[in-house]
Write a protein that binds this ligand. Structure first.
Ligand code: NA7
Length: 498
């Protein structure tokens, strides 16, 4: 193939048909590119496909949790339910003509850079091999369930399952249910099941700070108004109070002694003091670490739920699971019909277990042996034309990851432009630029609220917060334009005929 043909015929492989993969696909289709989305499952939606537990809600206001270019009039309430979000992504993918480009049941098991040909060779689970000049890794963050290392789980006579593997036939109505785990997932499940289970035990290894938030339904009239005039939705998306809260939140994360984090801590503390009537329960629910150190839980109804007579908060240590239920270290047994393990995810996986081999056969697994990392969360030295959306070290917190992915795409698109124009055959960050970024990032991350002394999925294996450690504005600025001097560009002219 000649150089010219090669440049004109750029092929893109998008890995994952979740929120970020759909975004990439929409943008590539709009640009008239040749692309395929490889999806391991039989349905798109990523997180919103995998999670189907009762009470599943996105804690970003619904109108802020959409693509900026695709507002949605149909949200039932200020916060959207998981099923509604899944429908939104399916409708959006249809509307933008993405579906014919998605190959379902096509897990990418390996992607290997072929230096001579200047292509990535992707091995699919089906045994096929496909080629692409550019890989967009949009494979998500929290998609490998972490099961707890609790002895005896297999001996339980009822059903026990991870929250992301919800069993539709699970006994919950009028049943005795245990929920292990107190992250956003556990809190949402307990809140929902408090109205359904006859007995509900919430096993909390660590209590959580709960941020009270407003919740209201949108009426049919309001939805009709949104349909007629999408500018009304824009007003909600651009609502000053909402954006002030985002800025406040990111400043709070990065300035652990500032007024913003003090305000958040006070709101959470007041919520605990004013909502929980029984002093003993209040002490059980009082965290001993700083608010926002773990991902803040947003809830308008959890504190009501745990005060229902059928709900018990269990703060003692679990000794083991037995046939009839959960045995505590103090010898008590909670007899249960169903045990839900809301114990989180392996947050350091990203594209793995896919084998990714870059220049010289170097494995991403080796590069990531200490921690997953990417230059500005998007690109990796030695992995040319490989771009990540919602990759390692990106911003995490109580804000929309769709917005983050859109900003990352705007950045990636500028790098891809160099390939499109024929100016570059390959592009990747220099090792020095990446090392400098990581050094600065790690130093800053240690000083964030996430590093203030609690355990959470935000921490990497060495205990360093794995996220973007600077403000939202700093992220927006960084994504607005890549610093091209930090990139290693292999000019197309150097390409020999292949
Ligand atoms: P999280 O936030 O990682 O929470 C996991 C919870 O499970 C957390 O309370 C853990 O306690 C608890 N856990 C984990 N292992 C055990 C064992 N062995 N025994 C008892 N308790 C355990 O996961 P989620 O699914 O709730 O939320 C993940 C993200 O999804 C969320 O932040 C949103 O971004 C959406 P710990 O705090 O470690 O003591």
């Amino acid at each position: 193939m000649s150089i010219d043909q090669g440049r004109k015929g750029l092929r893109f492989a998008v890995i994952g048909a979740g929120m970020a993969g759909i975004l990439a696909a929409i943008r590539l289709r709009q640009a008239g590119e040749d692309f395929t989305v490889f999806e391991k499952a039989g349905r798109l939606g990523g997180t919103w496909r995998e999670n189907r537990y009762p009470g599943l809600t996105c804690d970003v206001p619904a109108h802020a949790y959409t693509y900026s270019f695709e507002p949605y009039a149909e949200w039932d309430a200020y916060y959207a339910k998981g099923g509604e979000i899944q429908t939104y992504f399916e409708k959006t993918a249809e509307k933008y003509g993405i579906m014919p480009h998605v190959r379902f049941d096509s897990e990418v098991v390996s992607t290997v850079w072929d230096e001579g040909a200047g292509v990535w060779r992707l091995g699919l689970i089906t045994g096929e091999e496909v080629e692409a000049e550019v890989v967009i890794a949009a494979s998500g963050v929290l998609h490998h369930p972490k099961l707890p290392d609790i002895e005896g789980l297999d001996s339980f006579e009822g059903q026990a399952f991870h929250s992301a593997r919800w069993q539709d036939d699970a006994l919950v109505d009028g049943a005795r249910v245990g929920v292990v785990g107190n992250g956003s997932t556990g809190v949402q499940i307990v809140t929902a099941l408090s109205k359904r289970a006859s007995k509900l035990v919430h096993f909390q290894r660590s209590p959580q700070w709960i941020m009270p938030v407003p919740y209201f339904q949108y009426s049919e009239e309001e939805k009709e108004a949104f349909r007629r005039d999408p500018a009304l939705i824009e007003d909600i998306r651009n609502n000053k109070e909402y954006w002030d809260s985002i800025f406040r939140f990111t400043h709070a994360i990065t300035d652990t002694h500032g007024p913003e984090i003090a305000a958040i801590e006070q709101i959470c503390l007041d919520n605990l003091e004013n909502s929980i009537r029984d002093p003993e329960l209040r002490e059980k629910l009082r965290p001993n670490y700083r608010a926002a150190c773990k991902r803040l839980i947003y809830s308008w109804s959890y504190y009501d739920a745990v005060q229902s007579p059928n709900v018990e908060v269990e703060r003692n240590r679990i000794a083991r699971v037995e046939a009839k239920g959960v045995r505590m270290e103090d010898g008590r047994l909670h007899e249960l019909d169903t045990l839900v393990l809301a114990t989180g995810f392996h947050a350091d996986r990203f594209i793995r277990p896919t084998t990714v081999l870059g220049r010289g056969g170097v494995s991403l697994d080796d590069i990531w042996s200490v921690r997953p990392t990417a230059y500005y969360a998007v690109t990796i030295p030695g992995f040319p034309n490989f771009f990540m959306l919602n990759g390692p070290t990106g911003p995490v917190g109580n804000f929309s990851l769709i917005d983050i992915a859109e900003k990352q795409w705007a950045y990636v698109d500028q790098l891809i432009d160099l390939l499109r124009s024929g100016e570059a055959r390959t592009i990747e960050p220099s090792a020095d630029a990446h090392a400098d970024y990581e050094e600065r990032r790690i130093a800053a991350a240690r000083t964030t609220i996430f590093g203030s002394g609690c355990n959470s999925w935000y921490l990497d294996a060495t205990g360093v917060p794995a996220s973007w450690p600077w403000s939202y504005e700093a992220f927006a600025d960084a994504m607005a334009a890549p610093v091209l001097t930090d990139y290693r560009v292999e000019a197309a002219a150097e390409l020999v005929e292949r």
